[in-house]
Ligand binder design. Sequence first.
Ligand code: NAD
Ligand code: TYD
Length: 351
Amino acid sequence: MILITGGAGFIGSNFVLDWLAQSDERIVNLDKLTYAGNLHNLSSLSKDPRHIFVQGDIGDTKLVSQILAQYQPRAIINLAAESHVDRSIHGPEDFIQTNILGTFRLLEAVRAYWNELESITQQNFRFLHISTDEVYGSLTQNVPAFTEEHRYKPNSPYSASKASSDHLVRAYHHTYGLPVLTTNCSNNYGPFQFPEKLIPLIIVNALAGKSLPVYGDGQQIRDWLFVTDHCSAIRRVLEAGIPGETYNIGGWNEKPNIEIIQTICTLLEESFPSSTFHKLITYVKDRPGHDRRYAINATKIERELNWRPAESFETGIRKTIQWYLNNQKWIANIQTGAYREWIEKNYSRLR
Ligand code: NAD
Ligand code: TYD
């Protein structure tokens, strides 16, 4: 069986559903259930014995050691993190706690477990750490996309904390021989994404007739990947990646934010011809230290592991919008008091 951390979040829940749709190998899911974790995402598995959910913190060494001893996973996929740049600007502490200290404690528990495995099980074991392209910092226009050799230059508390965790993972391979793999992926979008991130926020606000906030001039560029393509890349790296290596994952889909927002408005107007969502677009004050451009060169994973994304942005964004239209109850469920407070706090600063 395998152990996933953060499996009730956006990418994690997509990964768990995808994994069990493709294989019968059991999956233990350790998630703290912060504001971003949502067990409703996994309600279709509530009676499925292949999915075992444990609520807890990756930094809880005793709990993690117990899980490892009890379930003896052959691999661990570490997705648990604080993941939102704007929140890291308001309050970096949780990011240091989970992304740095939590990953360190998880690595320590895993190292102790791995040390005791028999030789062949030890060799086949994998620790796959899921990271981000944001560790590489910001690109200017017309320079080549990030390769795995690009220097780390993180700019936000979020990306700095992810970069720290990547370095720790690397060191555990170099120093202790732990068979680790690291992936650095571009911006994901798709079902179950919490509507604090750009694409779901724009869809949810538009459906509610609220303003669609564009930070600064809206010309910042992100490289978008549909979440199930990220899941297939993770599966492929786990299956065939070389321990100690890092793999960039991206969709070859660089787009300025304003274009994303306009596309969502246009597609929503197809579904609701009498509405004009474009008029809700509102320019607001920029995010401090806002990275201008991210772009992933995904040649290595394509060449060495024969992985390519299946979705284009055009197909992925249609599926995403349709999912949010079909799942208004899911949206209503997460719009708790805590969510409303966050929106008030962030966007009052940006007005
Ligand atoms: P998310 O915020 O939706 O989910 C994170 C999950 O981790 C939540 O379920 C949360 O409850 C859990 N969690 C947080 N702290 C924890 C802790 N201390 N112990 C156990 N569980 C904890 O994030 P996401 O967008 O699904 O991202 C998952 C991972 O992928 C993160 O490591 C992120 O850095 C990385 N990543 C995300 C993107 C993206 O565009 N979303 C892109 C590249 C990489
Ligand atoms: P986000 O989804 O927060 O991801 P990240 O900052 O990790 O790339 O934001 C994506 C881009 O959209 C980023 O350039 C910031 C911008 N943005 C807005 O313009 N308005 C918003 O309300 C949000 C949440 C993001």
